[in-house]
Design a protein around this ligand. Structure first.
Ligand code: CS2
Length: 496
């Protein structure tokens, strides 16, 4: 079977780029060449190139993994996105990737791309843990392996902050304007946060660069959304069936996608609005809505669903008690949000539940469950603080927190062990036979995790402990069933 490296012979049903690839040079370097980038920003850029042209193709960079280059380079950067809606699945070949590099093996090419005058934007998807942020200070976490390595050898950077600060320094020395830095990870105010990371890294590694980065580099924030399950052999088999070729780089995603971007690109940008992106000056309300409603309920359903024995999100949604708890969580999260003109949170909640039910999407609860210590603050705790201040119910957030803490114990109710997959795994591990109250106190006290207003509220810790006790003593199934029979309220609409 031949491999996807041209458009020759693709079935008519497969959408292909609406532009001549070679007519467009690169203008973006993307760090973190995983499935999400391929299913999201690269697709929007494909649409932008078709609608408005420009030299905006993407040089994709993986910091460590060799896989993306091995899969994409022989295919000249081409790959398929399989888009699943409830109605069915379609395939689309994306042409916006100009190159796929790995920092470990293509170091000079990566450095050249980052310092090239033609590179005007650097986009990022390295996941929450990839930044090396200290959440208590907003600056660098010196114990993060990449930050520590790059502080020790700033001229030979391996990680995100070291690499971008090095590149910005080189550009300044050579009189080349800085690139715009666009974080596309699920972090609150991801632009400001990336800015404070780089400025703080520069303060330590190259102090004269810090004020320059703070003053001259644009860091727009963005809310990104597209459910993208991890790729597997089934993905490749499905791609083969749909495009009639072998595509080692194929990805699957839901048909829905959303991108809300702060329109602050002093060095220009692709016409991403052609792909449906919303360019605005107000990203924060969208970020909060998405992090608290989509990602918050995702995390809750992942911990409970996984421990209740469900594999996929769609299975969780087919469990009536869990589906009710998802609704409860969505209502509670919506209740903490400031009104967002033009968005009805009740409709958004309904659409989310529909997306979670997507029968063609094999999105594993275990995938969402990973890196909980990096996800809980912006998904659950931020909303819980606002709920506390507004006198709204805390129970749904306490339940989600108890479910996560239960999950960190690393064993199912039947006693089967699973890998936690969390960067703070070692810190999360507690003594054997610890009492639920002690477990809750220990986990919530981890630095930079649970905000002070919650720690200062005994009712919060008591609620989390009560739920954890039920989960441990009666099992996750019983805890779910009993939580789901609590009182229910409708989702507040945009007007309150
Ligand atoms: C998920 C997200 O894995 C997770 O933690 O909650 O990846 C989610 O699917 C995306 O943010 C959807 O845009």
């Amino acid at each position: 079977m031949s491999r996807l490296d041209s458009f020759d012979g693709l079935p008519d049903s497969v959408q292909r780029p609406g532009y001549e690839r070679n007519a467009h040079g690169p203008g973006i370097v993307h760090i973190g060449l995983g499935a999400f980038h391929k299913a999201h920003q690269a697709v929007y850029t494909d649409d932008a190139l078709a609608a408005a042209g420009g030299d905006w193709r993407i040089i994709g960079v993986s910091l460590r993994s060799l896989e993306p280059t091995a899969e994409l380079a022989p295919q000249k950067g081409l790959y398929t996105v399989i888009e699943h809606s409830a109605a069915g699945s379609t395939a689309r070949v994306i042409g916006s990737l100009a190159a796929a590099l790995c920092l470990r093996t293509d170091r000079q090419q990566v450095l050249d791309a980052l310092t090239a005058p033609t590179t005007r934007i650097v986009t990022i998807t390295v996941t929450e843990k990839g930044y090396g942020l200290d959440r208590t200070t907003g600056g660098i976490d010196k114990s993060h392996p990449a930050i520590a390595a790059d502080l020790a050898a700033p001229d030979n950077p391996q990680g995100l902050a070291g690499l971008l600060v090095w590149a910005l320094g080189q550009r300044r020395a050579r009189g080349i304007p800085p690139f715009t830095v666009l974080s596309c990870d699920n972090l609150p105010e991801n632009g400001a946060l990336t800015r404070s990371l780089l400025v703080d890294f520069a303060r330590h590694a190259a102090p004269d660069l810090a004020p320059y980065i703070a003053a001259e580099v644009a860091f727009p924030s963005a809310m990104v959304d597209r459910i993208t399950p991890a790729r597997g052999e089934e993905t490749l088999a499905l791609a083969e069936a749909m495009i009639g070729r072998r595509d080692e780089a194929a990805v699957e995603a839901e048909a829905f996608r959303q991108w809300v971007i702060e329109d602050n690109f002093p060095t220009g940008r692709p016409a991403w609005e052609a792909g449906g992106a919303i360019l605005t000056s107000q990203v924060r309300p969208y970020e909060e809505m998405k992090l608290r409603m989509l990602n918050g309920s995702h995390s809750m359903l992942a911990y409970t669903g996984f421990l209740a024995g469900h594999r996929y999100v769609r299975d969780v949604m087919a469990d009536p008690a869990l589906a009710a708890l998802v609704q409860r969580h969505l209502r509670a999260a919506a209740g903490t949000l400031a009104p967002l003109p033009g968005v009805d949170f009740a409709v958004y909640a309904e659409d989310l539940a529909e997306r979670f039910r997507n029968p063609h999407l094999g999105h594993e609860a275990y995938q969402i469950a990973m890196d909980g210590s990096e996800k809980m603050p912006q998904r659950i705790f931020g909303a819980a603080v606002d709920a506390l201040e507004q006198g709204q119910p805390l129970a749904p957030f306490a339940f989600a927190t108890a479910a996560w803490i239960r999950y960190t114990l690393g064993r199912t109710d039947a006693g089967e062990a699973y890998a936690l997959r969390d960067p703070r795994e070692a810190l999360l591990r507690g003594p054997k036979d610890e009492a639920p109250g002690a477990t809750v106190a220990r986990v919530l006290a981890l630095p930079g995790l649970c905000p002070q207003p919650l720690l200062n509220t005994p009712a919060w810790r008591e609620a989390v402990t009560r739920d954890l006790r039920v989960m441990l003593e009666d099992g996750m199934r019983a805890a779910i069933d009993s939580a789901a029979t609590g009182p229910q309220k409708p989702v507040p609409t945009a007007c309150g």
